[in-house]
Design a protein around this ligand. Structure first.
Ligand SMILES: [Ca+2]
Length: 360
């Protein structure tokens, strides 16, 4: 997934215009193939894919099979899967820091996006700044990875100390200290002997005129007790599934939750109302917010959100106008399925979702 993200980031420069490009392209008649071609490297494939979409798009997508699979919930089980909390997943962490520069907040270091970062916004000095990650539960950690492949590779910590804590307040366990004499490259890997921790604090230990920035923090991490086979964490996007009644062949629904803002799901057709995207969390969970990052201008003109525990009976919980970044808040529900319907009209834009998040 990281490899995919890196590729996506590289293609992102061209992908971003592609996003804008698709709308412009689709506004003209030659639409789908041009829009598909906008997908740069995938252009060759998408050229033909786009063509087939143009002719076949309405057939497979609007077909009754598509609808019934969307609404019918093919994988509904009478008894839901075993649910657990994956405290080794960034979705359950919180981040705090000694300082941050404007919008480059600490939360960006754990949001799963390699293209957003946290930065101190000031030159490095020994012991001046820290980044703290609270994991939400005691886990065993054995490595800290500071990943700046999305940018800011020169903003690595000239020196560092790593401290572990059981309570997130006191950090008595100093597991490693080091100083760089040569640039480590975009990924700083800090291994140490496996130890239990509920929180990790990384402290700068060097001097430099550059800021300290971290695009993404990861850990080698093990849960206190492994989850039962087949158990899932409904908040963890790695086990989500999705379906839609219209999907461009080059922009599959899984792109909407791959933690890469440069990839997207797209309807592949201009918004006419009735386009549906259904997210399956894999098990029921408390949900009170959903965000839809369109990645550009392909946001829903209007939306309706329904939730369901079983994939059969849906309850509408919100409706409104979309925006490039759409935040949908509603009274907390216990839901496994979240179904968003584009209810407006936009003759110039497809509907796209670059990233979805949910909150309890
Ligand atoms: Ca994505």
């Amino acid at each position: 997934m990281q490899g995919g993200a890196a590729v996506g980031a590289t293609g992102g420069t061209s992908g971003a215009p592609g996003v804008g490009g698709n709308s412009g392209a689709t506004s003209s008649g030659g639409a789908v193939s041009t829009g598909g071609g906008g997908g740069d490297g995938i252009g060759g494939a998408s050229g033909s894919g786009g063509t087939s979409a143009a002719s076949g798009g309405s057939a497979p997508d609007a077909g009754s099979a598509g609808s019934s699979s969307l609404d019918g919930g093919k994988s509904d089980a009478p008894t839901g899967p075993v649910v657990y909390v994956n405290s080794c997943s960034h979705v359950h962490w919180t981040a705090t820091a000694s300082a941050s520069d404007q919008g480059d907040v600490a939360a960006h270091a754990i949001d799963g996006y390699p293209t957003t970062r946290w930065t101190t916004g000031r030159p490095q000095a020994p012991s001046q700044d820290y980044l703290q990650i609270d994991l939400g539960a005691a886990v065993t950690v054995s490595k800290v990875v500071l990943d700046n492949t999305g940018g800011s590779a020169d903003d690595y910590p000239r020196g560092y100390s790593v401290f572990l804590s059981s309570d997130g307040t006191t950090f008595p366990n100093n597991v490693v200290n080091s100083i760089f004499f040569n640039p480590p490259g975009p990924v700083v890997s800090i291994p140490f002997a496996p130890q239990k921790a509920g929180a990790v604090k990384i402290v700068t230990g060097g001097q430099a005129d550059v800021w300290w920035s971290v695009a993404e923090v990861r850990f080698d991490c093990q849960l206190a007790s492994p989850p039962p086979a087949g158990a899932i964490d409904p908040y963890d996007p790695v086990t989500w599934k999705a379906s839609a009644n219209f999907t461009s062949p080059n922009y599959p629904s899984s792109n909407a939750f791959d933690s890469d803002p440069t990839t997207r799901w797209s309807s592949g057709q201009n918004q006419s109302g009735g386009e549906r995207f259904r997210l399956d969390l894999g098990a029921a969970a408390s949900v009170s917010q959903m965000t839809l990052d369109s990645g550009g201008a392909d946001f829903p003109a209007a939306y309706m959100l329904e939730v369901s525990a079983d994939g059969q009976a849906y309850e509408q919980v919100a409706a409104g106008a979309g925006a490039s970044f759409t935040r949908i808040q509603f009274a907390q529900k216990n839901a496994r399925y979240l179904r968003v319907t584009q209810t407006g009209m936009d003759p110039n834009h497809w509907w796209s979702i670059a990233e979805i998040t949910i909150q309890p």
